[in-house]
Design a protein around this ligand. Sequence first.
Ligand code: XLS
Ligand code: CA
Ligand code: CA
Length: 442
Amino acid sequence: MGTKEYFPGIGKIKFEGAESDNPLSFKFYDPEKIIGKKKMKDHLRFAVAYWHSFCADGTDPFGAATHLHPWVADAKNPIEVAEHRMDAAFEFFSKLGVEFYAFHDRDMAPEGETPVESEKILQTFVARAKDKQQETGVKLLWGTANLFTHPRFMNGAATNPEFGVVALAANQVKAAIDATIELGGLGYTFWGGREGYMSILNTDLKREKEHLARFLISARDYARKQGFKGAFYIEPKPCEPTKHQYDRDVETVAGFLHMYGLDQDFKVNIEANHAELAGHDFVHELETAAALGIFGSVDANRGEPRNGWDTDQFPHSYYETALAMYTVLKVGGFTTGGLNFDAKIRRNSTDPADLFIGHIGGMDAFAAGLEIAQRLIEKAVFSSFIKERYSSFDSGDGARFEKGDLSFEVLASLGTEYGTIGIRSAKQELLENLFNQQLLRL
Ligand code: XLS
Ligand code: CA
Ligand code: CA
């Protein structure tokens, strides 16, 4: 199986260190290096996104495909394209040296004429992927269903105003859950593709949100019944393709999960670009998820701050990756989750090597971020400052307040005793300088 080589002339990518001039080598990602108590690769748990790397072809609203993939060119029909694509994908995962990948059902298997036929095709490709996983040791981080490309989903999937579409969406999700279980997936993701609306004039918002909850509850129950032990993720995004997406951001999703009793099974898959679209820092979304106990996995990419859309570029800011990894370390690291490169090379990056180079840059950025974050933890650069900043709650009335032992009247009466208080520097500039001091010590 898979005799043809799709990335000829490119071998296994190795760590060569920061001084190397070889663009096809890692400068900072040294998988076996121990950081704290774990190997770098076990902290970072990198995954490649099947859709951007092997299905996207550079098409944009203004122009035709620029990425003329050999796995498309050398195939006679859509099934053969999908077979060759899978060969190319696993060759790429192995050469890059990632441990995981993530996929939508339709990335891997073309849709058939009927739902029954589509499921059969998917099962064939799942069997093939299972062999490939065994052959290469690459594992599935999470699976998902594409509920946004087909025209039937133009008004949403679980939130579609037509019941028949909701049922078809369930049919597809059931097959994708079965596929994820069969492939030993550690997670199953729900990104609310078109779960949202464009105009309130044609939308019953309350009913749609209730339908979304009902759909997720029954999908969860089904998956658990089938023995799925992994995590369910909701991936927040504020807009695009709809104007108002229901899963706006981490805080919104947390409220929704609590309201419907889904918070034990569901966590969030946080995408950097989506955080930016929501007007948040990536690290704000990570910290919020950590604080609310729903930190799950990460879609590692970046947006373009001067564009208002989801550009899905490869991450490259060490500042951002260091901040992100700092939160990941503080929360105790990934369990089922990892860093999935939901990122695509630019339309005008057309060399086969560019796909490697994009991933290498992202992996190096997170490896460097991890090293910086570990140093911030070891040196307790911020934690000691923050501990001291809140120390008035550690004992006395402050501690009684935290425990809920003070009535509001008592709390208010205590206020009279404090007089003028509160002018204490928050030292932001100092802390920013300390951050930069560690950042440049790679
Ligand atoms: C789109 C999303 C999507 C999910 C998986 O904006 O990022 O790719 O990650 O459906
Ligand atoms: Ca994503
Ligand atoms: Ca995205």
